[in-house]
Design a binder for this molecule. Structure first.
Ligand code: NAD
Length: 314
């Protein structure tokens, strides 16, 4: 059987920069085409520059490389989206419609599009937020992700497209800096602690948010994509839980490694976004349907982040 040819859209971003090497290690370098609106910061093999809102350019790329699977990661995230909501909506929805349309036209085997905990508003249970609740998001990003989930479900039902999705919590990674989300502080704090500076946290000390370490997020993504089709029962997007912590708890973990590290908590507009999001997520469906199991807790994540970032700084 011919092996699938994969296209990652938004490959330079926080998720893409970790997903790309992992997929290439599994399927082979030439089997995974990287693409992004921006050029990569370092030379990258099998890279194509493309604007995902331009359907013809995207279709040309899919044709040129005989693509059979897409991981569509390009999006404008929560904090950035609030600066220009209509632009964020247009980028997020147009790129999605292009990917879904191309999925039908080229009879793609599988498509992955992430959703987010930003789909939840403050009207749902904040602790162990269930899979199926009324979705009233507070940001344009969340509004676009609710629409995304509904479009994925619609294309799966109406056209039989094999679309798969996870509601990622805030992702903590060392491969690249995050791209304008509300949980970015949890990555930036590591860089600041390691460089010996004082950290200015834009969220209040006791704000609990659902997070996930990048290795768990990438493993969840690949496990969902490789799950047999009959195990993938949720076609909107699966709740996914990693770990939950506050900025204060992460600060205290880092002080175990850097006793002189100091942090000020000065909430800005992102506090309102964080306040509308859950504290923790119930991911029973992901566990039951395709066997999801988290591996990283706060202590293990902190030690891995410090080890990787210290290596990078050497
Ligand atoms: P990011 O901002 O780090 O990366 C997005 C990438 O998309 C960037 O490299 C950007 O250049 C590219 N891009 C933007 N517009 C584009 C366009 N028109 N055409 C092609 N490329 C374009 O985002 P990320 O953190 O890697 O997020 C990836 C996906 O995961 C997104 O759908 C996001 O909503 C979702 N997600 C991320 C998090 C998180 O904590 N990082 C949490 C929940 C959901």
């Amino acid at each position: 059987m011919k092996i699938d040819k994969i296209l990652i859209i938004g490959a330079n971003g926080q998720v893409g920069s970790a997903l790309l090497p992992k997929l290439r290690s599994i399927y082979g370098e030439e089997q995974v085409i990287a693409s992004d609106l921006a050029l990569p910061s370092k030379p990258l093999s099998y890279f194509e520059q493309v604007d995902a809102t331009d359907k013809q350019s995207l279709a040309n790329l899919v044709k040129k490389h005989d693509i059979t699977q897409i991981y569509h990661l390009a999006a404008i995230l929560s904090a950035k989206g609030e600066a220009d909501p209509i632009w964020a909506w247009n980028v997020n929805m147009q790129s999605l419609l292009n990917v879904l349309g191309i999925g039908r036209e080229f009879k793609l085997h599988k498509i992955f599009v992430p959703s987010s905990i930003a789909v939840f508003g403050s009207n749902v249970p904040a602790d162990l937020t269930p899979q199926d609740v009324v979705l009233n998001p507070s940001t344009i990003y969340g509004v676009s992700k609710v629409a995304t989930e509904n479009m994925l479900n619609y294309y799966a039902g109406r056209y039989g497209l094999d679309v798969r999705s996870l509601r990622y919590p805030g992702i903590i990674s060392y491969q690249s800096l995050p791209g304008g989300g509300t949980t970015d502080y949890a990555v930036e704090i590591f860089h600041t602690a390691i460089s010996g500076r004082r950290f200015n946290c834009y969220l209040a000390e006791h704000t609990t948010l659902p997070m996930i370490y990048i290795d768990d997020a990438i493993r969840a993504t690949i496990e969902l994509m490789e799950a047999p089709i009959d195990q993938v029962k949720v076609r909107t997007s699966y709740n996914l839980s990693g770990l939950s912590f506050t900025p204060g708890e992460l600060f205290k973990q880092l002080q175990q490694y850097y006793p002189d590290f100091e942090c000020d908590f000065v909430p800005d507009f992102r506090q309102y976004i964080a306040d509308s999001w859950p504290n923790s997520i119930d991911d029973e469906d992901a566990k039951n349907d395709w066997g999801w199991k988290v591996e990283f807790d706060l202590a293990r994540m902190t030690s891995e982040m410090i080890a990787h970032l210290s290596d990078l700084e050497l």
